[in-house]
Design a protein around this ligand. Structure first.
Ligand SMILES: [Zn+2]
Ligand SMILES: [Zn+2]
Length: 334
């Protein structure tokens, strides 16, 4: 007989059998992006989610962008990867190896962004309203583009052009996803992973969302998904990703309250809110929908963000493909 998980106040806890079964399973702390599928899966899911969606046009545009990211990632030009000295320094200082604030971006990222934008323009209908913004990014002087990239990576919204930021972000995602995946091949032991960090252990970016995974030793484990390099790292369930508190965690979803109170009839996507620090992060359950693609499903579930922020919670983490000024971390301009 299949044992059911206990549930208190909508909080799923593991049964004793589940805990015993997992005690001797080594859980990988880091799952690096797979170049063959990371952007292709995202594009496919965006197309699925776009059908009949209120944000249809935007999701379709992002699907075209992710298809271009996928194609360019397959033949990414060689760029410098972390050397032994950088690996040692990151380990010693306990900083992410590819930290966005320190890593010297290779100019190849801009060339790849230009190819990406050209490819997107080719696929878009002649009357697409997105064309102007894309052309605007193509025409940006190098210094302005680098300045915008700098702000985007640092979470500084002051002076950031919010309309074109997702396009620049797509280029940065392509570059950092390549860096993470290529480093995983060239130097698999390079990563230093602190215990359950609340920022990406590869690049130091905020998570976009978290997912509970399925299959084998990952079954039921929660991973946070990097908004930039698409790496995933292990993080305990029912723990605030912003302040690490284990108390005052609650879950909200778009399901009617009566259904939420039934406990194990959970919604596929929930907002995990913390009453201690008033932040939240979405969490998605693959056992309820194995097709979940974290970034795409995050964009398609914007209504849950609106509901949760109406209730007074601030989103921890971001989705670089859809930015809102007030959801960015508060960073003073240097
Ligand atoms: Zn990352
Ligand atoms: Zn908290």
């Amino acid at each position: 007989m299949k044992s059911k998980s206990a549930s208190t106040n909508g909080t799923r806890t593991l049964t004793p059998e589940e805990i015993a079964r997992r005690a001797d399973v080594k859980i990988p702390p880091l799952l690096l992006p797979k170049p063959a599928s990371v952007f292709a899966d995202r594009a496919l899911r965006l197309r699925q989610q776009a059908a009949g969606h209120a944000m249809r046009d935007y999701l379709m545009l992002l699907a075209v962008i992710c298809e271009a990211q996928h194609e360019l990632l397959q033949n990414h030009p060689q760029v410098p990867l972390p050397d032994d000295e950088q690996v040692a320094a990151a380990r010693e200082n306990s900083t992410p190896l590819l930290a966005t604030g320190q890593w010297q971006r290779d100019p190849a990222w801009r060339a790849q962004l230009q190819l990406l934008l050209a490819q997107v323009l080719e696929k878009l209908p002649a009357d697409s309203p997105a064309r102007d913004g894309i052309q605007r990014v193509r025409d940006l002087p190098v210094e302005t583009l680098e300045q915008q990239a700098e702000r985007l990576l640092a979470g500084i919204t002051l002076g950031l052009d919010m309309a074109t930021a997702p396009l620049i972000a797509a280029g940065l995602q392509l570059y950092w996803t390549h860096l993470a995946a290529a480093t995983a091949v060239s130097n698999p032991g390079a990563w230093h992973i602190p215990f359950e960090p609340n920022r990406c252990p590869c690049c130091g970016s905020l998570p976009a969302v978290s997912i509970t995974r399925i299959r084998g030793k990952l079954e039921g484990q929660r991973y946070l998904v990097c908004s930039l390099c698409s790496s995933q790292w292990h993080f305990m369930r029912v723990k605030c990703t912003h302040c690490s508190s284990l108390e005052s965690i609650r879950f909200r979803s778009l399901q009617p309250i009566e259904q939420q109170e039934l406990g194990d009839k959970r919604a596929v996507i929930e907002a995990e809110t913390c009453d201690k620090c008033q932040h939240y992060l979405k969490t998605m359950h693959m056992d309820l929908d194995p097709q979940i693609e974290p970034m795409a499903d995050d964009l398609a579930s914007l209504t849950l963000d609106l509901l949760t922020s109406d209730a007074g919670y601030i989103r921890y983490g971001n989705n670089l493909l859809l930015l809102f000024g007030e959801n960015q971390p508060q960073v003073e301009e240097a």
